[in-house]
Design a protein around this ligand. Structure first.
Ligand code: PRP
Ligand code: MN
Ligand code: MG
Length: 181
């Protein structure tokens, strides 16, 4: 069976993603001019967005990655954020921009933001490609948002269902029959 057969609908196409990411990169470039910025991608979901976004940020930034997991193989969050890989860099007095693929309950980012603030970063901001505000259970301030998405099962462009579909080049909704069987 082809991967496309599990796609319900394409919500955000490749061209639209590229254009919005270009705008976000420009905004971030202006906001962090002359500042020591570390852009931190949250793996695995943010991997595709991160690599496209940083190419649209001008200036001498650094990058780092964290691996965290709140869902595992389940489709619902467990509420427990596990740090599987922490930052390599010392972030004292550095400006941190956390890059995420999607904010759902807000648990992952609320946890990470507090965790990094406690490590004496100069500032911690969040850039997410997608926001699903109707699912929020933990309030978290988000400075950069690519798109708002409806309460559907989202896949593609880094976002998985049971570790599959991350390689789709667009954002799509998943067919009900796939996650209800
Ligand atoms: C997903 C997604 C976000 C988080 C959002 O990651 O990539 O990181 O959940 O959910 P929340 O707002 O309810 O915390 P996941 O834990 O599935 O790991 P992954 O990025 O490796 O898929
Ligand atoms: Mn994730
Ligand atoms: Mg996941």
């Amino acid at each position: 069976m082809r991967i496309e057969d599990d796609v319900e609908q394409i919500l955000i196409g490749e061209g639209e993603l590229a254009e919005r990411i270009r705008q976000l990169g420009q905004q971030i470039t202006e906001d962090y001019e002359e500042k020591d910025l570390i852009v931190v991608g949250i793996l695995k979901g943010a991997s595709l967005f991160m690599s496209d976004l940083i190419r649209k940020i001008e200036g001498k930034i650094s990058i780092d990655f964290m691996v965290v997991s709140s869902y595992g193989n389940a489709s619902e969050t467990s509420g427990v954020v596990r740090i599987i890989k922490d930052l390599d860099m010392d972030i004292t007095d550095k400006h941190i921009l956390l890059v995420e693929d999607i904010i759902d309950t807000g648990l992952t980012l609320a946890y990470l933001k507090e965790y990094l603030c406690n490590r004496k970063a100069a500032s911690v901001r969040i850039c997410t490609l997608l926001d699903k505000p109707c699912r929020r259970s933990k309030p978290v301030e988000v400075e950069y948002i690519g798109f708002e998405v409806p309460d559907e099962f989202i896949i593609g462009y880094g976002i998985d269902y049971a570790e599959k579909y991350r390689n789709l080049p667009y954002i799509a909704s998943l067919k009900r029959s796939v996650y209800e069987k």
